[in-house]
Ligand binder design. Structure first.
Ligand SMILES: [Zn+2]
Length: 552
């Protein structure tokens, strides 16, 4: 057993050496989102025939990240990035984006309610009562011509009008359950945007947008609702007080686009900017990802299953990109330029980073401070500076996040629990590991080449609802996760005294089960966890006692 373990450690170390120093870069246009994939891991409750070894090899083939990759620390990148971000949605852009959302344009002029012109401030309800033409001005650019809306002409062209408090939506899409309630969903989202950005809802009471949900583009061109000066956009675009969406086959994704563009519009109008590309698109994706159920909208929702968000596909894009060797590290995502979002993949990476930072207990507070410095040209540089001391650990946690990403990933519970480590006393020590968390430091430092006996005991719950699994440290051998029995105790040894480089050892754990002998090739702190999906930690309960003593 010891020999086999040692071999495995050697293979791990070799893989890390091969991978160290290799960083990812996005190249080319990936497959469209959300196609079914045979490779995507299913529920952790389903049996996986693959062995642990094969699972580990697959992981190592996918992941080649350098945790030492650090952000620019001179801030110059962020300055340039912000300067470039003012080009977001540049209307002179001649090329048609290949995929993704059309970027929204940040404001270039005053962004107050006083900018609103008569007929727009009246809101959808009032406008709905009057068939007269309404003039909507692009508030962020006074030089642009007004958009003259003629309801009678629109109706003649087969474009109907849906009136909400904060959104009037013109559409030629046939009535349906995921169409007619779009204005209501938007109205419900406004207080949620206010809440997330800590913005006084009273100041948004009269905010009103006009939207166009387009099936047949020519109708909108003929009705004067698709101005010639808009850049080409494949899915959605927001400018000033207007937003445009092409209809989508999936009701979820149609609403997602509306909320994505709505987030841009809200930020531009009330915060004065969308911020740098990574933040603007990250926020639009974070808050555009939602649940809409029984008249209640939840923004920043983490979908629990693919079926909740048809057409969205962000999880699949990230998994596919990693499988193709194009995984992105946080520093590269922070450096996205204004043209990056002509492709689909950056939307997924920006969602991933925003979702990770917004939920992670160690980074959430600093990330959320960005809400109040959106127009600051140095916001990204400031953020990088705030993270400077945590950068290696952040990269390590990011590796675990993207490698193990799946629907419902619980960033908070999966966050690594770190603890100061002490040498193992002669009498040994006992560590207590919670079943409902990710990696947890045992607080014990192991020496290189030492032989350590680990014996685990305890009975804990993996899952509740209809299928409670009472589990012991050996795991449940009828159910597998990542090629190992569900609930099995796992160990990894990570050197807390060095900045992690290459693939984190936590990505390639050793099975402990009820007992094992570890012989770490390098000194480090012992980390333990149970083998369980990061999406399914919340319904676990109980703990494991792990007795650690030195052998020989
Ligand atoms: Zn966008």
């Amino acid at each position: 057993m010891g020999r086999s373990r040692a071999n495995r450690w050697q293979r791990t170390a070799a893989a890390v050496l091969v991978m160290a120093g290799v960083t990812f870069a996005v190249a080319g246009c990936g497959p469209s989102a959300d196609k079914p994939t045979g490779g995507q891991r299913k529920s952790s409750r389903t049996a996986a025939p693959a062995t642990a070894e094969r699972a580990a090899e697959r992981q190592s083939a996918r992941l080649a990240v350098d945790a030492r990759q650090a952000p620019d620390d001179d801030g110059s990148g962020a300055m340039g990035e912000n300067a470039k971000s003012s080009d977001l949605g540049n209307t002179s852009t001649p090329r048609r984006p290949r995929a993704g959302f059309g970027p929204a344009q940040p404001p270039t002029g005053p962004r107050t309610l006083a900018d609103l012109v008569a007929g727009d401030t009246a809101g959808g309800k009032a406008a709905a009562e009057s068939p007269a033409a309404a003039s909507i001005r692009s508030a962020q650019d006074d030089a642009k011509p007004d958009l003259l809306i003629d309801d009678t002409k629109a109706a003649g062209a087969g474009i109907r009008k849906l009136a909400g408090k904060h959104l009037t939506l013109y559409t030629d899409v046939l009535p349906g359950p995921d169409v007619d309630d779009l204005t209501e969903a938007f109205d419900r989202a406004v207080p949620e945007w206010c809440r997330y950005f800590e913005f006084d809802p009273a100041r948004a009471a009269d905010w009103h947008m006009t939207g166009f949900l387009i099936n047949d583009k020519t109708r909108f061109v003929d009705a004067g609702m698709l101005p010639a000066d808009l850049p080409p956009f494949p899915n959605g675009y927001a400018r000033g007080k207007c937003l445009w969406l092409y209809d989508q086959p999936d009701g979820y994704y149609r609403r997602h686009l509306l909320l994505h563009e709505g987030t841009h519009a809200f930020m531009s109008h009330f915060l004065g900017s969308m911020g740098p590309p990574w933040y603007g698109e990250g926020m639009a994706e974070l808050l555009g990802t939602h649940r809409w159920q029984d008249g209640v909208i939840t923004l920043g929702y983490v979908p629990l299953d693919k079926s909740e968000t048809p057409g969205w596909g962000r999880v699949k894009i990230i998994k596919d990109e990693i499988a193709a060797g194009r995984g992105m590290m946080p520093a590269a995502i922070l450096d996205y330029g204004p043209q990056a979002h002509r492709q689909n993949e950056p939307y997924a990476w920006c969602w991933g980073l925003a979702s990770f930072l917004d939920s992670h207990p160690r980074y959430q507070e600093r990330f959320r401070q960005l809400r109040h410095m959106v127009p600051d040209p140095n916001s990204t540089a400031w953020f990088k500076q705030q993270l400077q001391n945590d950068w290696p650990e952040l990269n390590e946690e990011w590796q675990l996040f993207v490698m193990n990403l799946e629907y419902g990933y619980d960033v908070r519970r999966a966050a690594i629990v770190r603890k100061d480590a002490q040498p193992l006393p002669d009498r040994g020590a006992t560590a207590t590991i919670a079943a409902d968390r990710g990696w947890q430091s045992a607080g014990i430092r192991l020496e290189a080449g030492g032989r350590y006996r680990l014996e685990a005991s305890g009975r804990y719950q993996v899952g509740k609802t209809s299928d409670i699994w009472w589990c012991e440290p050996g795991g449940i051998t009828l159910h597998y996760y990542q090629g190992r029995p569900l609930g099995q105790l796992l160990a990894a040894v990570r050197d807390d005294t060095q900045s992690p480089a290459g693939l984190t050892p936590l990505a390639r754990p050793e099975p402990v089960g009820l007992e094992t002998t570890l012989t770490p090739p390098a000194a480090g702190t012992l980390y333990l966890r149970i083998n369980e999906s990061a999406a399914k930690l919340s319904d676990n309960a109980g703990q494991i006692e792990v007795r650690i003593r030195r052998e020989g």
